[in-house]
Write a protein that binds this ligand. Structure first.
Ligand SMILES: Cc1cc2nc3c(=O)[nH]c(=O)nc-3n(C[C@H](O)[C@H](O)[C@H](O)COP(=O)(O)O)c2cc1C
Length: 143
């Protein structure tokens, strides 16, 4: 059974402020998630993180265990955790950037419960598929 988990957290230190800090996470995620057949996407804006991860229960739980103890972010709060019939994402970990001006996904509003989590997941999925250019740029490699 496939599970999808979406959480928000707060970046600490320089995480999200430098390209290198994001690239380091994407590099590790690419390798680990490919190995574990985990897919998803993340976005970091103004110190807030949203990430969707999909995979088998043991695999997403193992990843969540690592995420919960990673000092690069804090106050991890699960918005949704449920079994799903199919994946929304087909890459190990896409990185989505929502332009401040067009604010395609307002992470603060999401964290405060003003945006339905399904809407956030759909926006991330569109970004990961590359449907949203030029408002949202996509990085991450195919499977
Ligand atoms: C916001 C955020 C998202 C992350 N996403 C992933 C991920 O999708 N997959 C992953 O393996 N590690 C991810 N990490 C890193 C893990 O917390 C952890 O450092 C890493 O999995 C350890 O991998 P290693 O045991 O191979 O060194 C993320 C870290 C942060 C702060």
């Amino acid at each position: 059974m496939l599970h999808r988990i979406t959480y928000v957290s707060e970046a600490t230190g320089t995480f999200g402020k430098t390209v290198l800090s994001i690239a380091q996470i994407l590099g590790v995620s690419e390798a680990n998630n490919r190995r574990d057949d985990v897919t998803g996407a993340m976005a970091i804006e103004d110190g807030l993180v949203v990430q969707v991860i999909e995979g088998s229960r043991p695999d997403v739980d193992r990843l969540l265990g690592r995420l919960r103890t990673d000092p690069r972010h804090t106050n991890l709060s699960i918005l949704a955790d449920r079994p799903v019939p199919e994946r929304l994402f087909d890459v190990p970990m896409a990185h989505c950037h929502f332009e401040n001006g067009s604010a395609r996904l307002d992470l603060l509003a999401l964290a405060e419960g003003q945006i339905p989590v399904g809407r956030a997941e759909d926006l991330l999925a569109r970004c990961a598929r590359g449907d949203d250019a030029p408002e949202a740029a996509r990085t991450g490699t195919g499977r």
